[in-house]
Design a protein around this ligand. Structure first.
Ligand SMILES: NC(=O)C1=CN([C@@H]2O[C@H](COP(=O)(O)OP(=O)(O)OC[C@H]3O[C@@H](n4cnc5c(N)ncnc54)[C@H](O)[C@@H]3O)[C@@H](O)[C@H]2O)C=CC1
Ligand SMILES: N[C@@H](CC=O)C(=O)O
Length: 816
């Protein structure tokens, strides 16, 4: 014997009812009880009908006509013309009864709970009668059984309590006498001892099915719905959520309690107590395996994770009672819970500090005002005398919960849960874990719930990849090379590092584009950006923050001060920042320090390796030295790729202006080359190294001896090039003076004893800087551990490709 229950969506129309019949026919059980709900949405429609009539709204009549029409149409589409008349007249007859009741409600303006149940019961009666007629038309051996005759309840209309013992006995005895293969039963409906119609409340049809399954000791209870089973998380929020193929009753109860809506926990209790396995199946995909719920520990290969599922509940509010008057005084919690119970308020989660100084309970947000009012009154004395502080309420919250039988005695699960939430900037307001350890729940802000479920799902289920969400600003020399490298490495990252790259947003100074799904295409980003909205800085910031996606990184590939000024806002929201833009780290010392502190406080990586030496590992090496306890004594460096290139290539055969233009064309210079030629770029770099070494320096503390005539800095970049031409003799003299001494010109940066300087030097063949070719950089770190022979880092120090690869490396570091 199987019991099959079909919900409202499964019997919503003729087409679906045909599917139901096919499923029932294909069942391999000797006898099946088929419990059906009303046509999808019908219960609400009937409620509206009664409410309209009670409010004196004449439109109830039109509403009734629509409902009648809907049922007649189902009969007409389902049954052959020759077999329709008796069903059509049955539907008409039931609607006549319904019309009489509605008319009485309209006349009396009274819609009592008992009448409400009578009205609602029409939904299941109609659907089950129509389905019975359809089974008859298919010549299926079946019998329609009135649930009112076998399910007995008290008189609590709308949510009647079943008298279990007599009900079980009557069901069992009744069915024993039936020989038909299919027993068709309307769900949700029952009757009290006066014979009045009652209904079983939320999930009532599931409850009917579970009662039949328990009474008949069925081999299986099948719940047929419109999804393929319980999922590891809400699929509307987590794209990678998958069906749980096997789960225990207790896990299913925990998951359902926190919002996995496939089953409603109280309704499955009769089947659970009788140890009858429940199979959740999809009417619209009957081949899908579904979810099996039973008492057996799972052996399914997909269900080997410690956590079985993640569930969530929104519209939650917290209520906190605090006060020294509670410590060591018995009875506070008694009063608290008795008051809430008396006010009919369901408590969803409870936490109490071990100091007994505070108790916090989560309730449905709709109940919070009532709860506060009731508690203010119960604790009036304690509040007035200051023993307890005024009761605090907090709205706009949600609960996320990890559920799994195997979590018990498995250390590290809660540690991982809270560290994942923390790393993603999700503040936890309250925590609860039952001693059964099947559930760990955290109360968080509603706006974080989607992110929370996703990061938890990623951490506990998705071994395949970790999504890295990039918001890239700047698609010039470096930015466009970065996008090309990301495109080239996308599949490598997914397969070798389990990182799934997603360009969640892209911007330049004119346009910006965001993408929620697969991200901006790395093949067509130019077009996507072109078609994007106009760039507006505050809109960009707000969008990144509002998206609130996991593992988010803002990548600044501009040379813009306003963009550098936004990092604080992102770090505060736990969004990581990776920048090759040097402006932020060379702004005021306070700002630089603040960014470093925010990065720490909000667990948001802030990486800027390319600020010095482009793709060379300069800052990382310096950090490693310091972390291991070394101390910087002196730094000597050539830090400008542009200037090294210029002085390596300028031998007066080309003009100085031509060589600078070549450097710009090669992509070595800053967008404004005067920053390189005037030494500002090198000042920023030595400043950043000094700061990273632990010194509180500012730009104005750095001594810079410029080698360009002052007129080069007047006017535009074009004027600058014009002035370089004008001063060609000046550059020639500089070159020749050095060459005559067998020296080369190098723009050198030094830092020693807290003082930094930059400037042009003629270096001899003995210098470490003499053999430095092309656009190379070199950094010599003299430290306590490297006092005589410095630690040397040398190599290409400018260029779009090497810089992009340094930014890329920083991006990967944000994940690991
Ligand atoms: N070229 C190199 O070798 C190295 C460059 N860098 C840094 O890389 C950064 C970028 O340099 P390039 O790519 O050469 O510059 P670029 O001028 O070619 O590109 C800059 C990009 O930033 C965008 N942008 C500028 N202001 C903006 C704003 N307010 N809002 C949105 N987008 C804005 C522009 O539209 C453009 O897409 C600079 O900060 C530079 O210092 C760092 C290390 C080495
Ligand atoms: N313009 C810079 C590029 C790297 O920071 C340079 O020339 O070194």
């Amino acid at each position: 014997m199987y019991v099959l229950k079909f919900g409202g969506s499964s019997v919503a129309n003729a087409e679906n009812i045909r599917k139901v019949a096919a499923i029932v026919q294909s069942s391999d059980a000797k006898q099946v009880v088929v419990v059906v709900s009303a046509l999808g949405g019908m219960t609400n429609e009937l409620l509206t009908l009664g409410t309209k009539a009670a409010e004196g709204d004449e439109n109830y009549k039109g509403h009734l006509d629509d409902l009648r029409e809907r049922h007649l149409n189902v009969v007409k589409s389902l049954l052959p013309i020759t077999g329709q008349s008796s069903s059509l007249s049955l539907v008409m007859q039931l609607f006549n009864e319904l019309e009489d009741i509605a008319e009485s409600i309209f006349r009396l303006r009274e819609f009592s709970p008992a009448t409400k149940d009578r009205i609602l019961a029409f939904g299941e009666t109609l659907s089950s009668k129509i389905i019975a007629a359809y089974f008859a038309s298919l010549n299926l051996s079946h019998r329609w059984l009135d649930a009112k005759n076998v399910i007995l309840t008290n008189s609590k209309f709308s949510n009647a309590k079943v008298h279990l013992e007599p009900t079980m006995e009557i069901i069992s005895k009744t069915i024993q006498n039936f020989n038909e293969k299919i027993i068709l039963v309307p769900g949700f409906i029952a009757s009290n001892k006066k014979g009045q119609t009652t209904t079983l409340g939320r999930g009532g049809s599931d409850y009917t099915a579970a009662l039949f399954a328990a009474a008949l000791n069925a081999t299986r209870l099948e719940i047929w719905t419109d999804v393929s089973g319980m999922m590891t998380a809400d699929p509307r929020w987590v794209s990678g959520a998958r069906i749980i193929q096997h789960i225990t009753f207790k896990e299913a109860m925990e998951l359902s309690h926190f919002g996995a809506k496939v089953i409603y926990p109280p309704t499955i209790i009769p089947a659970m107590n009788a140890g009858i396995p429940i199979l959740i199946k999809n009417t619209f995909d009957p081949e899908a395996p579904g979810t099996l719920i039973d008492n057996e520990p799972t052996t399914h290969e997909l269900e080997q994770e410690i956590v079985t599922g993640i569930s969530s509940m929104t519209e939650i509010a917290l209520l906190s009672i605090e006060g020294s008057g509670m410590v060591g005084v018995p009875g506070t919690s008694k009063t608290l819970f008795e008051t809430l119970a008396a006010a009919q308020i369901n408590v969803i989660l409870i936490t109490q500090s071990s100091s007994e100084h505070s108790i916090c309970v989560a309730v449905d947000a709709a109940d919070i005002e009532l709860a506060k009012e009731a508690l203010d009154s119960s604790f009036n004395n304690e509040i007035t005398t200051g023993k307890i502080e005024p009761i605090k309420i907090e709205r706009g919250l949600s609960i996320v919960a990890l559920v799994g039988d195997k979590m018990k005695s498995h250390p590290g699960i809660s540690g991982k849960m809270f560290s994942v939430l923390g790393r993603n900037g999700i503040n936890v307001r309250a925590i609860a874990q039952g001693s059964s350890e099947k559930n760990i729940s955290a109360v968080i802000a509603f706006e974080d719930v989607k992110k929370a479920i996703n990061v938890l799902h990623e951490a506990f289920f998705e071994k395949v990849y970790k999504q890295l969400n990039l918001f890239i600003v700047g698609v010039g020399n470096v930015g466009s090379r970065l996008l090309a490298q990301l495109k080239q490495q996308k599949s490598y990252l997914q397969h070798n590092l389990n990182i799934q790259l997603r360009i969640a947003g892209l911007a330049n100074s004119r346009k910006m584009v965001f993408s929620d799904n697969g991200g901006v295409s790395l093949d067509h980003w130019e077009q996507a950006l072109q078609e994007g909205q106009q760039f507006e800085l505050s809109a960009f910031i707000n969008t990144v923050i509002e998206k609130n996606v996991r593992n988010a990184v803002v990548v600044d590939v501009t040379a813009n001060a306003a963009i550098a000024g936004t990092y604080k806002k992102f770090l505060e929201k736990s969004v990581a920042v990776v920048a090759c833009n040097k402006i932020a780290c060379s702004s005021s010392y306070e700002d630089y320090q603040q960014l470093k502190s925010l990065s720490k406080a909000f667990n948001a990586p802030f990486f800027f390796e390319t600020n010095v030496g482009a793709g060379l590992p300069v800052i990382g090496t310096l950090n490693d030295l310091l972390r291991s306890g070394d101390e910087v004594v002196k730094i000597q460096a050539v830090l400008s790729g542009t200037l090294n290139f210029v002085f390596n290539n300028y031998d007066t055969t080309k003009t100085f202006e031509q060589v600078v233009a070549m450097a710009q064309q090669e992509g070595y210079t800053e967008p404004d080359p005067r920053l390189d030629l005037g030494g500002t770029d090198v000042m920023r770099k030595i400043l950043i190294l000094a700061r990273e070494s632990g010194h509180a320096l500012n730009m104005e503390d750095i001594q810079n001896t410029p080698f360009l005539p002052a007129s080069c800095f007047e006017g535009s970049v074009e004027d600058f090039y014009g002035q370089l031409k004008v001063h060609e003799d000046h550059f020639k003299k500089l070159y020749e003076a050095a060459a005559n001494e067998g020296c080369k010109l190098k723009y050198v940066a030094s830092f020693e004893q807290g003082k930094a300087s930059v400037g042009l030097q003629a270096v001899s063949a003995q210098s470490d800087f003499f053999h430095l070719y092309g656009k190379d950089n070199i950094v010599l770190f003299y430290t306590k551990r490297y006092p005589d022979q410095p630690l040397v880092i040398k190599g290409a120090g400018a260029g779009a490709d090497v810089t992009a690869s340094g930014v890329f490396a920083d991006l990967i570091k944000t994940v690991y």
